[in-house]
Design a protein around this ligand. Structure first.
Ligand SMILES: *Cc1c(COP(=O)(O)O)cnc(C)c1O
Length: 381
């Protein structure tokens, strides 16, 4: 395939929670064959790790960034399997499918696990986390999702982190769909381990996840890992010693990620990215409401990363046909994951702009017409 063909490539636009639409420069950064022990590649890893700490607002004296092969779930599994001591107990604060997955990871690993289950349309209260910890002194670690991608709700990491630290427990945060676009001060939120991945708000391509770990906590986990490949302590030691991954790294994906990090900086950092995603979200919600769609969450709880919309209660609406009609027009949306309501999801993240959202809204009008669903003629379910 010639370069011209790649440059004129026009993929469908992804309004999903990831993988996402990426810039052309991110895709082009992959057209290299670098050896994993190559000096230039090692420098790239170093630069990536440095930039990740910057995004988290922390310094290398307090925190370290550890890339890990595999998708986001592999990163979560790596943390839970690497940092929970044999006599540890995990509290999972859960208000959606991704919180549920955290508990599943711990249970499969035979880590004693308790859950604080909160309705999917509600934020957990820091006082409830505090009460759960006070009742059960055996709990050593707490895990919570930052942006619960099921609904798009942003959980109160700062408030929860404070009550956890006050009780000397450790805090694991799944920031998969928020890191890079929702400001978070890791030190202030007392986060011990934050996990995110390459192909969400940083706008890289899939291939690896990464952990931003508090050094003091990480150093105490030597020998705790229940897995060879997913051992984050060993991965960190390896990176510190020779700058290399222990096992074959996703070289192309890392090169794309470095370019994505440069673009994040050029855009103006986390605040500027947040502003673009918020503009996408506001454009989306205004247009959807105008057609009669209703969000699953109340606007007060809704974040700007991804939005769950209720199916229209119209006899001619079918999600499969709606999805297909949009797909044929070049737009990819996402099925719902809320457990107690029929919803679909539309993401505001990736290399997309308010103009792309306006185009999507036009395609949604056309799709509704194709289905025979008149806008504003239904009650949301
Ligand atoms: C995307 C996501 C994950 C991980 O998904 P992978 O498919 O394994 O990359 C985990 N948690 C949340 C909150 C997510 O949004």
């Amino acid at each position: 395939m010639s370069d011209t063909r790649i440059r004129s490539w026009k993929d469908k636009i992804l309004f999903t929670p990831g993988p996402l639409t990426t810039s052309q420069a991110v895709k082009l950064a992959m057209l290299r064959d670098l050896g994993s022990r190559d000096f230039e590649f090692i420098e790239s890893i170093k630069d990536i790790r440095r930039r990740l700490l910057q995004i988290g607002g922390v310094t290398p004296s307090e925190y370290t960034a550890i890339p890990m092969q595999g998708s986001g779930t592999f990163g979560l599994e790596a943390v839970v399997s690497s940092v929970m001591p044999a006599d540890g107990k995990l509290l999972v604060v859960r208000n959606g499918a991704y919180g549920k997955r955290l508990a599943q990871i711990a249970t499969v690993l035979k880590v004693p696990t308790v859950e604080l289950v909160v309705p999917e349309d509600k934020k957990p209260a820091a006082e409830d986390v505090a009460a759960t910890l006070d009742k059960d002194p055996g709990i050593t670690h707490v895990a919570m999702v930052h942006c619960e991608t099921t609904t798009g709700l942003i959980n109160p990491v700062l408030a929860v982190g404070e009550v956890i630290a006050k009780r000397s427990r450790q805090f694991i945060v799944d920031a998969m769909s928020s890191f890079g676009a929702v400001p978070i001060d890791l030190a202030k939120a007392h986060v011990d381990y934050l996990v995110s991945s390459a192909n969400k708000c940083i706008e890289g391509v899939p291939g690896f996840s990464f952990v931003v770990a508090k050094l003091g906590s990480l150093k105490a986990t030597a020998g705790l890992a229940r897995s060879v490949s997913l051992d984050i302590y060993a991965q960190w030691r390896g990176l510190e010693e020779n700058g290399q991954f222990r096992f074959t790294p996703p070289t192309h994906s890392l090169l794309a990620f470095r370019q994505a990090l440069v673009e994040l900086e050029e855009e103006g950092g986390v605040e500027a990215r947040a502003a673009r995603y918020r503009a996408n979200y506001e454009t989306l919600v205004a247009g959807m409401r105008e057609m009669g769609f209703e969000e699953y969450l109340s606007p007060h709880d809704q974040g700007y990363i991804i939005t769950s919309f209720r199916f229209p209660a119209h006899p001619r609406f079918s999600f499969e046909r709606f999805y297909k009609a949009l797909n044929e027009r070049g737009y990819v949306i996402y099925p719902g994951k809320v457990s107690d309501a029929d919803c679909f999801r539309i993401g505001s993240i990736g290399r997309i702009f308010p103009n792309d959202v306006r185009d999507l809204l036009g395609a949604i009008r056309e799709a509704l017409a194709e289905l025979g669903v008149e806008p504003r003629t239904w009650q949301a379910q």
